[in-house]
Design a protein around this ligand. Structure first.
Ligand code: NAD
Length: 336
């Protein structure tokens, strides 16, 4: 079996991380090309990783015959056009979240893929591959704790760039919990409320951080989420599921606990690459293996669309200060 020849679009923080992963840790795959409008950045990365072509135009990378499959790690606003190009060229693609920036363009992507009659798109909701989340999912699905009733989630970053506005906290950060809730409950989110508590004084005027969201699932179960992207301390993601006969918590960060100088404790990860490094490795390896079989093995374009629909309602809720119903097309009507 030949190695899968991968091209990566967008080599900022996430794309460079994936590039290094494909080159150093993923088997059955080879990084052959990268594309980024920041040419010096792309060139420096290509040189540091070996014989990798820099193709200036991302759509040319998609169409290039030396590229079998694509990883999209450009900013969300560029995803729709690049995904459509992957579909037109019948190239399997692992697209970083969000699928696209709005519900309509996400639905167009789902429909275009459906027309092809083959699933080519996997969305980078990597938490599904994190060993702790996977164990939680397995436990809840086993029924050992009875039916799951509630999820309590915490999602904190140390800091984000000044350009990260209130709406992005919903579309870029909260979107992970949107996927987690849909996945763990195996259900759609029917209604979302995003509250804006008193903001931290450590961000620009007008940025609503932290936010507190409540998801009402179609079945009646509820998930709550604190998202706080300028928490100052480090990266922290926790989830507690409450079921009929018990609860289960992940993300306590209990790795090595040390005692010294009259104190005890561990280390808070700096960012998501430290906390979810294993999840990204598993995600990309399973995507490569599935692509070799002509399949995907993870969140689908529909999952990306559903998350976009929830985030659109979430942004509206934040702006209008009220619960907003999620408008989702009927899956059976879109996918037959
Ligand atoms: N799964 C996760 O945990 C996770 C974490 C961080 C970021 N992400 C996602 O990864 C993507 C990239 O995020 P990032 O943090 O690496 O951003 P970044 O700003 O660090 O990098 C984006 C890169 O894309 C390039 N770029 C800009 N416009 C482009 C275009 N039209 N075509 C191709 N490249 C373009 C930029 O020059 C930059 O190098 C986003 O979709 C983001 O939401 C996912």
């Amino acid at each position: 079996m030949q190695d899968l020849r991968i091209g990566i679009i967008g080599v900022g923080v996430m794309g460079a991380d994936h590039a290094e992963r494909v080159v150093r840790r993923i088997s059955g795959a080879r990084l052959v090309a990268i594309s980024d409008p920041d040419l010096p950045r792309a060139t420096a990365l290509a040189e540091s990783l070996g014989e990798i072509r820099v193709i200036e135009d991302p759509l040319a990378l998609v169409g290039d015959p030396s590229v079998d499959a694509v990883i999209i790690a450009s900013p969300g606003f560029a995803h729709a056009e690049q995904l459509m190009a992957c579909l037109e060229n019948a190239k399997p693609v692992l697209c970083e979240k969000p699928l696209t920036m709005d519900t309509e363009s996400s639905l167009r992507v789902v429909e275009a893929e459906h027309k092809l009659g083959r699933q080519l798109i996997q969305v980078g909701f990597m938490r599904r591959f994190d060993p702790e989340y996977a164990a939680l999912k397995q436990l809840l699905d086993s029924g050992e704790l009875g039916r799951t009733l509630l999820l309590h989630n915490v999602h904190r970053n140390k800091t984000v760039s000044a350009s990260f506005r209130s709406e992005m906290i919903v579309r870029d950060s909260l979107v992970h919990e949107v996927d987690v809730a849909r996945w763990l409950f195996d259900d759609e989110i029917a209604r979302i409320t995003v509250h804006a508590p008193k903001p931290t004084g450590l961000v620009a005027e007008g940025v609503l951080d932290p936010q507190f969201a409540v998801f009402e699932m179609a079945s009646g179960a509820i998930a709550d989420v604190e998202v706080f992207v300028n928490f100052q301390v480090g990266y922290e993601v926790r989830c507690e599921a409450v079921a009929e006969k018990g609860s289960a918590t992940i993300g306590l960060g209990v790795d090595v606990l040390t005692r010294r100088g009259g104190q005890w404790g561990g280390v808070v990860p700096e960012d998501y690459r430290a906390r979810f490094g294993t999840a990204y490795d598993i995600e990309v390896q399973r995507w490569v293996d599935a692509t070799a079989r002509g399949e995907i093995d993870g969140p689908t374009a529909w999952d990306g669309y559903a998350a976009a629909a929830v985030c659109t309602a979430g942004v509206q809720s934040l702006q209008e200060g009220r619960p907003v119903e999620v408008e989702l097309a009927r899956k059976s009507e879109v996918l037959g």
